[in-house]
Design a protein around this ligand. Structure first.
Ligand code: NAI
Length: 795
């Protein structure tokens, strides 16, 4: 229909409208300024690739080539890391205020060139201009403003912390400039310098940003951009001069990066895939929920890591909601991304389109019902119709795999409990959206879903102040908020701590039990009970003078499995009130205090009387500290610039495997286990290899202290072996490992399977006798994960 020939009434009835193309002339003129050929941005200068290779970037809506882009080699990456290293001292010598001014200037500069950046993003990525103009770029600006603030406040708010150093950042193609901002703004605000690799499909806005860095006079080398594909990314990951890697992209690559960085001291944050549930209860405002779905799954053609790609509908409203949804889908406009009236633009690249087609075909083959509206697609370009699967089995490919396209898989549930079970029936845990007019139902379900972000009666809302990141295989670490800054900082003392001598793997001889000759035999402690080991073997524990003190069980894979199961059954500990947990810990301190003499005298045989007395005294203090922290390590309420609050809740990680330090058998054990327990985690701990007999004293104290069975489990044996089992176990959510560099590397490498969070001492020595090093927020930060729950609030 030609809108010019219709009356206003007719237009109102049909809601039809004509094309409204955005002018892309200035963006193409900008490409022409570079003769459509871009080098890397290294040390503030455009640099030709060392090997002279270029690749093309093209417009997915037309297939037209946009520019030639430098293909980064290991030599280019090395040049960029060298430039970032050279720039580091100068950047760190600036005052926080001076760095804040640069971040502020970057925010302003992006704002001044916002339309050019939006158009560039749209032609390179295929996303509708409406999104790049109204969502991506404003969020980029907000991110730099917000972090200008943190740069200013850094010294006041993070005393005793310092920047990681040179940061390698690898970003995907779905929100190219926004992901750049999420990475670069916190890195610069905390005093790091950066080498960033944009995705090969969408390098243009990163290169435009490089130009803005020069325009605001950012010192050369503070931001470096190296373009290329996965090979370039890999070169950055393995470069020994990089102190931290921040990655957003696929789970497979995240896993490869976890393995590749295991032997290094690089700090790592991963933001990976998702299969987020969009849960609609029968009392929801269904029309709002349908609009929510438009934003939830069709934003950016569904190429969104937190896309609401699984629609979970309460059975009673499923038919009605599906009808409304189909009616709405039929009105979605798929077409030129530069048209301001387009809802769904082009898929980023042929390979991604093929992937979507392949997964949809698999869904059909598995028996799900596939529905697409009868709408026209442009003849040219990479387009895919919005797609709805119903009759989906929860274990099918379309319900489990990230499709990364405009494809929604719908399932039904009957009760809130069933909704939670279905929502959590995924390896991922990035986001969720919950729709109900009942605040009780919505918040109860939000608290039960395992995801880093939960939107109540809303979806796909983002703000720099609210951290974003995943649970489970969606990765670890947060971007945005205070917690996002922690990813780029480390305690000064920790960076300076000396390395431990390498001893991991030293053999501990196993022998048949020989209890008659010795003083004492202990058992394993699993699920609140003392149990014999599966192996039937024991290992000796000797004093510093070589006297046999007793024997402990040689725990094995099966014992660890039992302990993990027991920990899993005790997860209600996380739902105990913080006050309750504090009380249990105070009681533990009381019981420890009553046994001071006997524990001291036994411990003295291994560590000497002086250390034993100090350990006992400080151990009681440490328990008091974490009893105090249990109800004081609280979340925050953010006020994003929308009609919302976001509640940053500190949640437990789940089951945590802990390998305790050798040198302070009691104090080291408590220093690692207690922050986790105070946070609501359940623990499977491997005690000090030098004095595993401490388990006997500990379980007696635990048994008398009302610590619920399964919250603290203890398995003695060979730490490297037990660590490996813990790190590889899919029901262990995180690993904390204290040991030499070899042991720490094992913890990281072996945990890549389910991408569990890992905290290690990096092979460095921690003085657990020091309050500054041995306890406090740093440990608690690692013992929790932040969930942001967005709740509509106010006007
Ligand atoms: P990808 O994970 O391969 O690419 C993301 C970034 O990592 C790009 O910059 C790429 O060059 C780089 N990269 C690739 N291999 C690397 C390696 N070995 N070492 C270091 N860097 C490496 O994602 P891809 O292939 O573009 O998309 C495949 C699927 O991944 C999508 O269909 C989607 O399911 C998922 N994905 C998820 C994203 C998210 O935001 N969570 C973003 C992009 C993709």
């Amino acid at each position: 229909m030609n809108p010019a020939n219709t009356s206003v009434v007719e237009k109102f009835r049909t809601m039809d409208y004509g094309v409204a193309p955005e002018d892309s002339g200035l963006s193409f003129a900008w490409l022409d300024q570079f003769n459509r050929r871009f080098g890397h941005f290294i040390g503030g200068a455009w640099t030709a690739p060392a090997q002279g290779q270029y690749f093309e970037t093209s417009d997915p809506s037309t297939g037209d080539k946009l520019a030639d882009i430098a293909e980064g080699s290991a030599a280019d990456v090395n040049a960029a890391v060298t430039a970032a290293r050279a720039a580091l001292p100068g950047w760190q010598a600036l005052t926080p205020h001076a760095r804040a001014r640069f971040l502020y200037a970057l925010a302003r500069q992006v704002q001044k060139h916002s339309r050019r950046l939006a158009v560039l993003e749209t032609i390179d990525n295929g996303k509708p201009i409406r999104e790049s103009r109204d969502i991506d770029i404003p969020l980029v600006v907000r991110h730099f403003y917000y972090h200008a603030g943190w740069a200013q406040l850094l010294a006041q708010e993070f005393p005793g912390y310092q920047a990681c150093g040179v940061v390698g950042q690898i970003i995907p193609w779905n929100f190219p400039l926004l992901m750049l901002a999420w990475k670069i703004a916190p890195a610069l605000a905390t005093g790091n310098t950066v080498v960033l690799k944009p995705a090969e499909f969408t390098p243009l806005t990163a290169l435009a940003f490089a130009e803005l860095c020069n325009e605001v006079g950012l010192p050369p080398g503070v931001v470096n951009i190296v373009t290329g594909d996965g090979t370039t990314g890999e070169a950055l990951v393995v470069h020994p001069g990089v102190d931290k890697i921040a990655f957003t992209g696929s789970t497979e690559v995240g896993r490869a990066i976890r393995r590749a960085t295991a032997d290094s001291h690089q700090k790592l944050s991963l933001e990976l895939g998702g299969k987020s549930p969009f849960v609609v209860f029968e009392d929801a405002d269904l029309d709002s929920a349908v609009e929510g779905l438009v934003d939830g799954i069709w934003l950016n053609q569904g190429q969104v890591c937190c896309a609401g790609s699984r629609l979970l509908m309460q059975e009673s409203i499923a038919a009605q909601l599906s009808r409304k949804l189909q009616a709405r889908m039929a009105t979605l406009r798929v077409g030129s991304p530069l048209d301001k009236t387009t809802d769904i633009g082009a898929i980023v690249a042929p390979v991604q389109l093929k992937r979507i087609e392949g997964l949809v075909a698999q869904g059909v083959a598995e028996g799900a019902t596939c529905w697409q509206p009868d709408i026209a697609l442009p003849a040219r370009g990479l387009y895919y119709k919005p797609t709805l699967f119903t009759n989906v089995h929860p274990t099918s490919v379309v319900a489990q795999q990230e499709i990364f396209g405009p494809v929604l898989a719908a399932m039904t549930f009957r009760t809130p409990a069933e909704a939670v079970e279905l929502a959590n029936n995924t390896a991922y845990g990035l986001a969720a959206s919950v729709w109900s007019e009942s605040v009780n139902v919505a918040l109860q379900v939000a608290s039960r879903i395992k995801a880093g972000v939960v939107w109540v009666n809303s979806t796909n809302l983002f703000d720099a102040a609210s951290g974003f990141g995943g649970y489970r295989q969606s990765g670890f670490g947060r971007e945005g908020g205070r917690e996002g800054l922690r990813e780029y900082l480390e305690p000064v003392w920790f960076r300076k701590a000396p390395l431990l001598a390498r001893t991991a793997g030293a053999d501990i001889g196993a022998r048949e039990p020989d209890t008659a000759a010795i003083d004492r035999t202990v058992k394993l402690y699993i699920g609140g009970k003392q149990v014999r080991p599966d192996s039937g073997y024991s290992i000796e524990c000797r004093s510093s003078k070589g006297v046999l003190l007793g024997e402990v069980p040689l725990g094995n894979r099966k014992d660890i499995r039992n302990a993990v199961e027991a920990a899993g059954r005790a997860h209600q500990w996380a739902n105990a009130t913080a006050h309750n947990r504090a009380q249990v810990l105070y009681y533990l301190a009381e019981n420890l205090s009553q046994r001071t003499q006997e524990i001291t005298s036994r411990l003295s045989a291994v560590v000497g009387r002086r250390q034993a007395s100090r350990e006992l005294k400080l151990a009681i203090e440490r328990v008091f500290s974490y009893a105090a922290w249990a109800d004081k390590y609280e979340g925050a309420v953010h006020s994003p610039p929308f009609r919302n609050v976001s509640l940053a809740m500190n949640e437990a990680l789940g089951t945590v495997g802990v390998v305790c330090p050798e040198s302070a058998p009691l104090l080291g054990f408590l220093s690692m286990v207690l922050p986790l327990v105070a946070a609501g985690n359940c623990v499977v701990a491997v005690p000090s290899a030098a004095y595993p007999l401490i388990v006997g004293d500990l379980y007696q104290v635990l048994e008398t202290s009302d610590v619920p069975g399964g919250v603290i489990n203890m398995v003695t044996g060979r730490p490297p072996e037990l660590l490996k089992v813990l790190a590889e176990h899919d029901d262990v959510d995180a690993v904390w490992c204290y040991g030499d560099e070899i042991l720490c590397a094992t913890a990281k490498r072996a945990s890549a399977g389910n991408l569990k969070q890992v905290w290690t001492n990096e092979g460095r020595q921690i003085d657990f006798f020091s309050e500054r090093q041995g306890e406090g927020r740093w440990y608690l930060d690692h013992a929790h994960q932040v969930k942001n729950i967005w709740v509509p609030y106010g006007e």
